[in-house]
Design a protein around this ligand. Structure first.
Ligand code: FMN
Length: 352
């Protein structure tokens, strides 16, 4: 698999003119839209981060996964996780669970929060989720996945999407069968993280499966590729070589919401944009911190940002010290002052 910058052969077919981004409807549901989507990430894809990513060109964003049991219990934490700003649309609420009744009820409550999509998590590999038959557990029992997806589709009039993995392990990769089954119960788009549950996050994502999936006879719902997509070249490679309808970006967006802008620009023009300046990075980080405190309150808002500083500051000379100082602060104003007054140390030159 070629992860290096990919150059098209001169006789390669032209890219289709369809652009769901600019047309009506939800880009994710438009075959060939080449949408670029923010991945659901627990404790990362919160409302403030989603706002930054939408502003920088993410076509669709998702909440982190929210427990259907917590939703039907009306827990404050799940209500908070479902809250979003209008500027985040189009937005999907992702739910997970191992009981059909809970998933049915949770889908209805999610719909009442007025998102654009409801997404089902059939991919989470974590033991405490899987042992309750939720997340990727359904990859061991496709009948159960069918019932679960069907009950969510029945519960809501919103489009339902699914995010899953290739299979439980290498012996059970039945992603074509899964995709056709999900399509037949009314799921409107499918995102696949190209690893098995057994792989966890190890090894490389197996992008070769995207073309295999897209070539499935009778499959017409959009397929969104996910896993290790970190550059505009990766995205173009997947659109052109695998024919996927969209790409979903997770870790590469943390501290780097510009990745959505960069990918769109590259797809549109073939040019790579220069990286944001240090000042731009500090300003974006500061704005996200302010949005985080506005959304979560001061204490939790400051804590939630701790997952993001590392990447905003990555690669900056003396950035390590800035990060250490920030981590000690509890007040937003103190952190803002550090971020906005930060200057990179001049490069040390060795006299000859
Ligand atoms: C911190 C973290 C939290 C995650 N939480 C979720 C989640 O709530 N729901 C979900 O479907 N996937 C979750 N994932 C998986 C990502 O959505 C994505 O599938 C995975 O990171 C691979 O994509 P990437 O290589 O672009 O990061 C999470 C991943 C990370 C790193």
């Amino acid at each position: 698999m070629n992860r290096k910058p990919h150059h098209l052969a001169s006789d390669a077919p032209d890219t289709p003119a369809v652009s769901g981004r600019t047309g009506p409807g939800l880009p994710l549901l438009v075959p060939g839209s080449r949408c670029v989507v923010l991945a659901p990430m627990e404790d990362v894809s919160d409302s403030p981060f989603r706002q930054m990513c939408r502003e920088q060109g993410a076509d669709v964003v998702y909440t982190e996964f929210i427990s259907s049991e917590a939703i039907i219990r009306d827990s404050d934490a799940s209500k908070h996780k479902m809250a979003f700003e209008e500027s985040e649309r189009p937005l999907g609420i992702q739910i997970f669970g191992g009981r059909e009744e809970a998933m049915h009820g949770a889908a209805k409550i999610a719909e009442a929060n007025n998102p654009d999509l409801v997404d089902i998590n059939f991919g989470c590999p974590v033991y405490k989720v899987v042992k309750k038959n939720a997340g990727s557990a359904c990859l061991r029992d496709i009948g159960m996945m069918e019932r679960m997806a069907g009950t969510v589709v029945d519960a809501t009039s919103l489009p339902v999407t699914v995010k899953t993995r290739l299979g439980w392990d290498d012996k059970t990769i039945r992603i074509r069968e899964v995709a056709l089954m999900l399509q037949s119960v009314g799921v409107k788009a499918l995102t696949v993280h190209a690893r098995t549950r057994s792989q966890g996050y190890k090894g490389e994502a197996r992008w070769e499966y995207f073309k295999y999936l897209k070539d499935t006879p009778g499959l017409h719902i959009p397929v969104i590729a996910n896993g290790d997509i970190t550059t505009p070249e990766h995205a173009r490679h997947l659109f052109e070589e695998s024919g996927v309808d969209g790409v979903m970006i997770g870790r590469a967006a943390i501290g780097n919401p510009w990745i959505f802008r960069d990918i769109h620009h590259y797809l549109d023009t073939g040019e790579l944009l220069p990286a944001p300046t240090i000042e731009e990075r500090m300003q974006m980080c500061a704005r996200q911190l302010q949005a985080s405190v506005a959304h979560h309150g001061e204490r939790y808002g400051v804590i939630m940002m701790k997952k993001h500083y590392g990447n905003y500051i990555k690669g900056i000379r003396n950035g390590k010290y800035l990060r250490m100082e920030i981590m000690e602060k509890e007040q937003m104003e103190d952190i803002l002052e550090l971020l906005l007054n930060f200057r990179e140390e001049p490069e040390t030159r060795i006299a000859v």
